[in-house]
Design a binder for this molecule. Sequence first.
Ligand SMILES: [Zn+2]
Ligand SMILES: [Zn+2]
Length: 180
Amino acid sequence: MLIIKVEELKSERRMLRIREVLPWKTFEFRGEPHKVLQPVTVDISARREGQNIIVKGDSSTVLEARCDRCLTRLELPLKGKIEAIYKRYDPDKKPIVESGELKDYENVIYYSEDEIDLTDRVEESLLLEIPMKILCKEDCKGICPHCGINLNEHPEHVCMKTSRVRANKSRFSILKTLEL
Ligand SMILES: [Zn+2]
Ligand SMILES: [Zn+2]
């Protein structure tokens, strides 16, 4: 369970440790579910500082993905970092202006419940690790734009489809000149 019970962190000296293997079967990114090949594991610690709960930890998994260039299935290992500060939100009071250490944390989240759910933090930490371009290898040659053949497996490929298209075109232009 990725839940922190705020009450369990009453004392500043206590630290909560969450070590879990999450039962997620798929993980969604780029608007599509991706198969989880190696379970998502988390190791998170939480402690209190005044009214704030400071959360730190790691996440890791291996997802199934496809190469953006050649569409080959591949394994995408991800190692995420979790770092967030939860500030008590009191609807009756205006939020206190941040000072000192708080500024070091980019991820400031307000909580008002007695429980803090860390699911979003884990998802976030993994999403941040997904590269802009997923490639099976740095120099992936991709696929032939005409017939879709994998150019990594067929580096000498000369596409018959384009030559046929070209041949048709030239025949057509000959006809045109003949008509004139
Ligand atoms: Zn590729
Ligand atoms: Zn081709």
